[in-house]
Design a protein around this ligand. Structure first.
Ligand code: SAH
Length: 400
């Protein structure tokens, strides 16, 4: 068994059960990509079993803090069984579920989503990559699904020195059969179409599921007549708004194919396309245009892409978040509602709150902070791994 020894004082985060070892913490030792290593303190005390990543700044990711634990097929089978069992703790009202959420489920680098009877997996670390076959067997056995598609094309693969990999790992449709990539899930009362090969992440933003329901509830209560959905992607919030009785929804995205899917999602739910406008445009430019035209909305959703993947991008990202929030607040009717989000790991909840507050001051708009939102419960946060908190949202109500 290979060992890595840490520098003096670098054992602290592991003793608090944080699962990452950074390159600068390692005094000596190494292993092949994904190989299990024993991590020791500077004086030789056992700290953890971890998967080694020779190229990544996160040099090792912990599988277990128990010295007696063997990292073998049984270990992965148990972890996967318990991650899947944990999803029964929440009433998620959907057959689109995240079954494994990396570090939060004790499986660093592994993300697995279930869309109906199809699984989509991302192997984002050398450790997860090395155990891929074992992991796939356990996922199929415990989920009862027969099909598993790999979407290992996220940028983290590069940091780990791993090439992109996509395609069926189990249950590949035969030639001439439906390719099985275009799927429809049931979320709350709605049907939502997605494509597991082409879609963002593993195909869909499951992490916004409960926030779409929250927006639906606000719409039902307030009967919004004009809704603006910025960065709408395939129109999840648009469906939530129209199904909740919104008078009209304007949806903006700079991706033509995403807007096509959004239109298809309206048809799939029998929603009247006359109540929807889809704009293939830049959100920032559109908000400025609406401002010039004196347009007003009763409710606005701002769900931009990740402006700050890490804290190093925080400053520029903060300006971008502030800009769109300032513009959106200025377009709200008195009493109007803003659902505003950041999915940037590099922007903390506190910082996001400050950015939105300062956007309000610049817009000359005072607002109640009515709710704080986060990611869906099947993307769990754990006390040992605060980095897991990437998605945060605020519901602001402009003072009447
Ligand atoms: N709210 C969506 C997810 C949004 S993802 C949901 O619930 O499913 C972010 C989206 O922003 C992507 O679809 C991307 O195409 C779009 N986007 C990125 N930059 C943009 C810009 N400058 N203007 C308009 N859309 C943009």
């Amino acid at each position: 068994m290979k060992t890595i020894r840490l520098r003096e004082g670098k054992e602290k985060s592991l003793l608090r059960r944080h699962p990452w070892v950074f390159d600068g913490a390692v005094a000596r030792g190494g292993a092949d990509a994904g190989e299990t290593v024993r991590v020791e303190s500077h004086d030789g005390r056992f700290l953890a079993w971890a998967a080694f990543s020779p190229q990544s700044r996160i040099r090792a990711r912990v599988w277990s803090f128990e010295e007696g634990q063997r990292i073998d097929a049984t270990f992965f089978d148990e972890r996967i069984a318990s991650a899947i069992a944990a999803r029964r703790l929440w009433d998620l009202q959907s057959d689109g579920l995240r079954l494994v959420h990396g570090e939060s489920d004790g499986l660093p680098g592994l993300v697995v989503d279930r869309y109906g009877n199809t699984l989509v997996a991302q192997f984002g670390s050398c450790g997860a990559e090395r155990w891929k076959k074992t992991i796939v067997q356990s996922l199929l056995a415990h989920s009862g699904c027969q099909r598993l598609y790999e979407r290992s094309d996220a940028s983290v693969r590069q940091l780990e020195g791993l090439p992109e990999a996509t395609g069926w790992l189990a249950g590949a449709p035969a030639a001439g059969e439906d390719p099985g990539l275009a799927l429809v899930i049931r979320e709350h009362g709605w049907k939502l179409a997605l494509d597991i090969a082409e879609g963002h992440k593993t195909g869909f933003y499951l992490d916004q599921r409960e926030n779409r329901l929250r927006f639906h509830a606000w719409t039902q209560q307030r009967r919004f007549s004009q809704v603006l959905n910025c960065f709408c992607y395939t129109g999840g919030f648009t469906v939530a708004a129209l199904a909740g009785g919104a008078g009209h929804v304007t949806s903006i995205d700079s991706s033509g194919p995403a807007l096509e899917k959004a239109r298809a999602n309206l048809r799939l739910n029998g929603l009247d396309e006359v109540r929807a406008t889809m704009l293939d445009a830049d959100v920032n430019a559109s908000l400025r245009q609406f401002q010039k035209e004196g347009r007003r909305f009763d409710a606005i959703i701002l769900d931009p892409p990740k402006f700050a993947p890490t804290a190093a991008h925080a400053e520029r990202a903060a300006r971008a978040y502030k800009d769109i929030n300032r513009l959106a607040l200025g377009l709200l009717e008195p009493g109007g509602v803003l659902f505003t989000f950041s999915c940037s790991g590099g922007i903390s909840g506190d910082l996001f709150h400050k950015i939105v507050a300062s956007a309000g001051i610049d817009a000359g708009v005072d607002a109640f902070i009515s709710e704080r939102l986060g990611g869906a419960p099947d993307h769990p946060l754990t006390v040992n791994f605060p980095e897991g908190e990437y998605l945060k949202g605020l519901v602001l109500v402009r003072k009447p």
